[in-house]
Write a protein that binds this ligand. Structure first.
Ligand SMILES: [Zn+2]
Ligand SMILES: [Zn+2]
Length: 165
């Protein structure tokens, strides 16, 4: 998989600033890990990040990458999400929903509706005060729809619909 954007000098400067603001030490692995996650929209797994980081830091271990990913997520610099394929990381931290393609497994970002439609509806129908929400969509992405006209099997729908780890 090829990242959409390559980390440039500006991105690195933003990364450093983000780390500094949180009072996290600017270790080289940490900086590179954050750069790698932020420069892709594939919602990578720890091993994906590890393979990318190793190109720039050949001595790094998977354990170090994993530990730093968890730290960065705990500090809110990354988002962490568990899905059918395991733990995945997201460099985009502003509110957004996700669409998982049941054919290719890719996770796409979905912008939230600007008027907060779903929260308003939930609040109106239940009386709850909604502070946050997470919506997962499942289906077939554009590329998979073009490649194959078939709909996903009932088994696939069940499996993903239940959101098992
Ligand atoms: Zn797809
Ligand atoms: Zn995302």
């Amino acid at each position: 998989m090829i990242p959409k954007k390559t980390p440039g000098p500006r991105r690195s400067a933003a990364t450093e600033q983000a780390l500094r603001v949180r009072g996290l030490r600017l270790t080289r692995p940490r900086r590179i890990i954050l750069d790698v996650v932020r420069s892709t929209d594939v919602h990578p797994s720890a091993s994906f990040v590890y393979r990318r980081v190793r190109r720039r830091l050949p001595s790094v271990s998977l354990a170090t990458v994993y530990r730093n990913l968890r730290t960065l997520a705990a500090e809110g610099l990354l988002m962490e999400r568990a899905d059918a394929s395991g733990l995945r990381f997201d460099g985009k931290t502003d509110p957004h929903d996700h669409f998982t393609c049941l054919r290719c497994g890719r996770i796409y970002d979905v912008p939230v509706s600007p008027n907060g439609g779903v929260r308003t509806r939930v609040a109106a129908t239940t009386g709850f005060e909604v502070l946050n929400h997470r919506i997962e969509f499942y289906g077939r992405c554009g590329a998979c729809r073009r490649r194959c006209g078939r709909t996903p099997t009932a088994g696939q729908r069940r499996r993903y619909g239940r959101q098992e780890p």
